[in-house]
Design a protein around this ligand. Structure first.
Ligand code: ZN
Length: 456
């Protein structure tokens, strides 16, 4: 299970395979509903046994409603000479997401209000959507906008907004316990690479890796459109949420920025400690805020799941964000691989961050006769011996190995080895059944509290 430092050759190949998958997903015109999401989930499903759910338009989800399904066949602005001066076929960002069907002719003056540009980046196409207000529009390079001549333009948007469904994919990998670790990524952006093909590529590879061997926790992966997708998933899984022990939203994992962990709303969730430890010295930890991706929904007060978020650059904080410059040149195999390996480290910590009980807590048990301690007295104990002393001292059932790592300054891996040795010598009890039962009891209490609140 340990993630060994990869050889340079392996590093290149794993990173390249993440990048190649992101590149396959990149051209697809995704939105919060429609064929693009299905095509995307089909590519993921070819690698992991995803269950694809379809939830009908009009379904109420909390304060929201699943919108009409949007699909687009073609869209263009055509000049008097018949040239497609704005062409959806050239780049799917050219059409405002969820544009309603249009067939008309307008003067440049009339058309202007429908054209979105980025004057500060004249060669980039902005990304715009209008999911919940019926509208239409085009996005284009500011440079091309300046080149448009006065005159009449034909506008053709061959789209459909019709009753259909919202599509999301879900994968469950059962572990030894029913307690769940939830990974979430959004699947609703068209041709944007870092946001959001990188998240889908890393999460798919992570699911493959987790499925490769038996795990302590049950792992659930949800690939859903942002906001309405996570709300829909929450609505349909509300009765199961008490099982979620840790949750992590994955997004923006391919750019060259440093890894950034956004803490959960609770701020002291175990996942907060785990990811902060996994990133130590090689990334930033930022506080929770009620903005961003699906952590907004997972951490809304009615759920308050222990959900953090892992990105590299954060949303809105890199110039290419939500523009055509967030393309395959922004993401790199090395960045994707680094993100993936960090996720692997996080999973290892989740799996092994146990609490123990010292079975001989009155005074120090003798380690020498048990073959655990150096025979020769007088010198300072070696790191491994220190680690055993720390684990024995702190193991009263309340401190996890990560708590002990922080307090002692010793590496988690050394403490974990010490705990294994002490357990093998009969000095520590590994209490998975006890802690799981306690956890379930706590979860039941939380759920009961929620149920009461809802019915009052
Ligand atoms: Zn986005």
């Amino acid at each position: 299970m340990d993630v060994e430092a990869s050889s340079p050759a392996a590093a290149t190949s794993a990173g390249r395979s993440l990048y190649e998958f992101a590149a396959r997903l990149y051209p697809i015109c995704r939105s919060i509903t429609g064929a693009g999401v299905r095509e995307t989930l089909a590519l993921i499903r070819a690698r992991v046994p995803l269950v694809v759910h379809e939830v009908p338009s009009g379904t109420r989800v909390f304060d929201w409603e699943i919108p009409l399904e949007w699909n687009v066949e073609d869209a263009a602005v055509i000049d008097a000479d018949g040239r497609r001066v704005i062409d959806f076929q050239a780049h799917n960002l050219h059409l405002v997401g969820y544009s309603e069907p249009v067939q008309t002719s307008l003067s440049l003056g009339e058309l202007s209000a429908r054209l979105h540009v980025l004057p500060e980046h004249p060669d980039w196409i902005p990304y715009r959507t209008s999911y919940y207000r019926r509208d239409w529009g085009f996005c284009m390079r500011a440079r091309d906008r300046l080149a448009l001549r006065a005159g009449r333009y034909c506008i053709e948007v061959k789209s459909s907004l019709a009753p259909g469904s919202l599509t999301y994919g879900e994968l469950l990998i059962a572990g030894r316990t029913r307690a769940e670790v939830l990974f979430f990524t959004h699947v609703c952006h068209p041709s944007l690479a870092n946001d959001n093909t990188s998240g889908m590529a890393v999460m798919t590879a992570l699911a493959e890796w987790i499925a490769r061997e038996p795990r302590r926790f049950t792992y659930r992966f949800v690939f859903a459109p942002g906001t309405i997708g996570s709300l829909t998933w929450l609505k349909r899984n509300e009765s199961r949420l008490s099982r979620v022990r840790h949750a992590l939203v994955l997004a923006l994992l391919g750019d060259p920025g440093a890894l950034t962990y956004k803490r959960s709303r609770r701020d002291t969730s175990e996942i907060d400690a785990i990811v902060a430890y996994a990133l130590a010295g090689d990334g930033a930890v930022i506080p929770f805020s009620p903005y961003g991706y699906d952590e907004r929904q997972l951490c809304s007060p009615g759920f308050d799941l222990p959900a953090g978020r892992l990105t590299r650059s954060v949303n809105g904080a890199y110039p290419q964000y939500h523009t055509s410059a967030d393309d395959l040149s922004l993401i790199t195999p090395a960045a994707l691989q680094g993100s993936f390996e960090t996720c692997q480290r996080i999973v290892e910590l989740i799996e092994t961050n146990q609490r123990y009980v010292n079975l001989k807590p009155k005074g120090e048990p003798r380690l020498g006769p048990r073959g655990l301690y150096r025979a020769l007295g007088g010198s300072e104990p070696a790191t491994h011996e220190y680690a055993m002393l720390w684990v024995l001292n702190q193991s009263d059932g309340t401190h996890s190995l990560l708590d002990i790592a922080r307090r002692s300054g010793l590496p988690f891996a050394v403490l974990r080895e010490a705990a294994r040795a002490l357990e093998a010598a009969g000095l520590l009890a590994s209490p998975p059944a006890r802690s799981a039962a306690a956890g379930r009891g706590a979860a039941r209490r939380t759920l009961a509290g929620k149920t009461r609140r809802e019915s009052s």
